[in-house]
Ligand binder design. Structure first.
Ligand code: AMP
Length: 113
């Protein structure tokens, strides 16, 4: 998989506003926030898209969701947040290193755009 901006952040080659880190993932503030709270939960192991993740990633994928939950609590937004994974360019994915968007701090409409 080609290197991405998120791998450079994981390796600390470029700066980011890190809100959480453990052995499996890093959570950073999105540089172009779409809500008052917009955090990206990024696995340290690069997987291009959710569609590329097989059964061997079951535990890591669960960890990303539980980490989102934990960060929401840490940031005081547990009462209402939206998690988004864009899979593929047609779904809006621009960085091909799997990540979970955690959005909160405003109302969200449905269906999403
Ligand atoms: P996606 O479109 O789902 O692939 O999401 C990629 C997200 O990464 C976008 O919301 C971008 O604003 C965000 N992004 C791109 N570069 C950076 C960066 N250097 N630091 C933090 N967020 C970034």
């Amino acid at each position: 998989m080609p290197d991405t901006i998120f791998m450079k952040i994981v390796r600390r080659e470029i700066p980011a506003a890190i809100v959480f880190e453990d052995e499996l993932c890093l959570a950073i503030r999105d540089v172009n926030p779409q809500a008052p709270t917009h955090v990206l939960i990024v696995p340290k192991e690069p997987i291009a898209r959710l569609a590329d993740a097989g059964a061997e990633y079951q535990s890591l994928l669960g960890h990303l969701l539980l980490t989102a939950n934990r960060i929401a609590a840490q940031l005081g937004v547990s009462d209402g947040y939206r998690l988004v994974i864009n899979n593929g360019a047609s779904a809006g994915q621009t960085v091909f290193h799997l990540h979970v968007h955690l959005l909160a701090g405003r109302s969200f409409s449905w269906p999403p755009g």
